[in-house]
Design a protein around this ligand. Structure first.
Ligand code: GLA
Length: 658
């Protein structure tokens, strides 16, 4: 059963952990959820100890009562499996299922997420409780969807992991000879002569073998996905409701989220901005565009956000008045069919007592709860958007192999960070008002006018050929420094970078990498400057657009353009400053013929179009500035059910297009 049909509109609610409270609070929850317009509550995420108080003995009585109560109150349930937090009895019975860090420390219970996914005892127990829940609640009228686990993120380097890793390596490489060749074990005397010598990349004296580290990331991602599929399939055997798991912000999970996107019935993400103000809005768009892309463009669900949570380094900042609504509509704009929070009621005790919630410690007579209630009202008016999608003409390439490959030991500069590069590329497009997809380098890219490849360190032969074809057939592609440098086995491309078919499309050959000193500037002939990185690039058909004017590379090309087939291949060999990177991206957009969904808005005002399969369209417009902003054209605003001509400072409209 489709979640949206079931809810009849957008989803709104949050993680509900009623086991922290007593009956009088539950009664107040019922009333407050109705008042706020909540229609979906995630229940049971951390409830293993209550559900299975001792091994194999289940107690569902308390959950029965809560599901019945929520159902009677008109609230659908996103029922979680509690497997992210095994209870203490589990640890004591199965110490071998506790995770081991790379330096050999075995962790203990007392927190959460303390398990090893490869331990048979853990996997068995997780499957068993998922099955028991599915058997009992598979067709419970309250249950609208299933939430497997929580943010698969724990890694482990134990003996179970070593055994599973060897099985995975055998399947991938076929033979020990092939593994030795792939990992380059001829160097540093690392040659393996039997499988049991092969270990996960634990703490070592110096650089760990890069091939081993990359394969471990791939292996772990496959293992986590298999753990998800175990539970999903146990649930599917007893329930026709959609199943998902919540994916997290970049880097938090060492997973290939594209693969998860294929296996979940609806992509769900958790999103907590990592900086305040306009950066939070850009980060929201980044998270939303990733989520939509992982699901191949399908509507997705914001499973968690914070009412008052902006993680900014060493402190948690509060959201400004109006940001609960604007961030939520930001997610809706980028294709979410609903927004939920962690959590409904702020804990009075326990590990997350200072984490924000829909009902704060202060209670319902509070700014936060008033903003939550206002959001519920707004979402109630946006039901017609449910099921509609977002289309993008620009894409940023996003590849897990490249990410993992850039995290192995021994990179030539510590200033190369995969997700930072991705964020910069996305941000330049977002600042230009352009809606952006993420895509993989081997995807069919033909629907995009412009593709940015900001960090494609690892590039397989197939992907290199795919990018060549994209340009030949009319695409505009910008490839940035340190891309196409290694193949799928992490072996350097010989004879010049990047990989040959891509070199053909770009009309250049990179001869040498020249990382810059910290704080060194590479000044270019067009007045822009690069930091962190430079390269010695040779023209092989491309034209020089800008050259280096300083340092060892003075006079050499820095930025190139190659008219290749029907398209254009651009290459940028340094990390351009933000302003000039934005200028370059604007130029590429103009040349590629891609632009904003709603042109004519000033900087800091975001507009994204959603489109229904039957052709109905809406513009979600968010004013992130402190100015009053006139709309290019007046339109019917669903939030006020009236014609809107302008946006107040920080204001939002959702325009139904004629
Ligand atoms: C994650 C978890 C939640 C909660 C929040 C806090 O998203 O899933 O349980 O811990 O972080 O931000």
């Amino acid at each position: 059963m489709n979640l949206i049909n079931r809810l009849g509109g957008l989803a709104f609610g949050g993680d509900y952990n009623p086991e922290q409270w007593d009956k009088s609070v539950w009664e107040e929850d019922d009333e407050l959820m109705r008042r706020a317009g909540v229609n979906l509550a995630t229940v049971g995420v951390f409830s293993w100890a209550l559900l299975e108080p001792e091994e194999g003995r289940f107690d569902f009585s308390w959950l029965d009562a809560h599901l019945d109560r929520l159902h009677a109150n008109g609230i659908a349930v996103d029922l979680a499996t509690p497997t992210a937090s095994p209870p203490p009895w589990f640890t004591l019975a199965h110490p071998d299922a506790l995770p081991v860090t790379p330096d050999g420390t075995r962790l203990v219970h007392g927190s959460r997420d303390t398990y090893c996914l490869t331990a048979p005892a853990y996997r068995g127990a997780a499957r068993r409780i998922a099955l028991a829940l599915a058997e009992r609640y598979g067709d419970h009228p309250a249950v609208a969807m299933w939430h497997v686990h929580n943010e698969y993120a724990t890694l482990c380097w134990c003996e179970h992991t070593a055994a599973a890793f060897r099985v995975w390596l055998h399947a991938r490489h076929g033979s020990l000879d092939a593994l030795n060749e792939a990992w380059g074990t001829a160097f540093w005397s690392q040659h393996y002569t039997s499988w049991d010598q092969v270990l996960p990349p634990r703490a070592t004296q110096w650089h760990r073998n890069p091939g081993q580290a990359l394969d471990f990331s791939r292996f772990w991602s496959d293992e986590a996905l298999a753990a998800y599929i175990d539970q999903r399939d146990a649930i599917r055997a007893h329930s026709d409701r959609p199943v998902t798991t919540n994916l997290m912000v970049p880097g938090y999970q060492n997973l290939d989220l594209w693969a998860f996107g294929r296996e979940v019935d609806v992509v769900a993400i958790d999103h907590y901005p990592s900086a305040p103000g306009l950066d939070a809005a850009a980060d929201t768009a980044f998270g939303g565009d990733r989520a939509r892309s992982f699901g191949g463009g399908r509507p997705w669900l914001l499973m968690e956000q914070g009412t008052n949570t902006v993680y900014a380094g060493d402190r948690v900042l509060a959201k400004e008045p109006g940001e609960i609504l604007r961030h939520s509509l930001g997610h809706i704009a980028h294709g979410a069919d609903g927004t939920l929070f962690f959590q409904w009621r702020q804990s009075k005790a326990g590990a997350e007592q200072w984490h924000s919630a829909m009902v704060p410690h202060a209670g319902p007579d509070s700014r936060i709860f008033r903003e939550v209630t206002a959001l519920g009202e707004v979402l109630g008016r946006l039901g017609e958007l449910a099921g509609s999608t977002v289309r993008a003409e620009a894409a940023v390439l996003h590849d897990s192999d490249s990410w993992w490959a850039m995290t192995v030991d021994g990179p030539p500069s510590s200033e190369l960070d995969y997700h930072t590069a991705l964020r910069r590329a996305h941000r330049a497009l977002w600042d230009a008002g352009v809606t952006t997809d993420f895509a993989r380098p081997d995807d069919d890219l033909s629907r995009y006018r412009l593709v940015l490849a900001p960090a494609l360190f690892l590039l397989s032969d197939t992907s290199a050929e795919n990018l060549r074809r994209y340009v030949a057939e009319g695409g505009t592609l910008l490839v940035q420094h340190f891309s196409g440098v290694v193949d799928a086995r992490l072996h350097a491309r010989l004879g010049g970078y990047p990989a040959a078919p891509l070199r053909e499309a770009l009309g250049i050959r990179v001869e040498e990498h020249r990382p810059l000193r910290r704080d060194e500037l590479a000044v270019l002939s067009d007045g822009s400057h690069g930091t962190a990185w430079s390269e010695s690039v040779r023209l092989e058909g491309a034209e020089a657009v800008a050259t280096y004017t300083t340092g060892m590379l003075a006079g050499a090309v820095a930025l190139t353009r190659h008219r290749f087939g029907a398209g254009n291949g651009w290459y940028l060999s340094t990390r351009l400053d933000d302003t000039n990177y934005a200028v370059l991206v604007d130029r590429l957009l103009a040349e590629a013929g891609a632009g904003p969904d709603l042109p004519g808005l000033p900087f800091g005002v975001e507009a994204v179009a959603r489109q229904a399969p039957d052709g109905r369209r809406w513009h979600v417009v968010l004013n992130h500035t402190t100015d009053v902003v006139a709309l290019p054209e007046p339109g019917h605003d669903l939030l006020t059910d009236a014609t809107a001509h302008e946006l107040p400072p920080g204001g939002c409209v959702v325009l139904r297009l004629p």
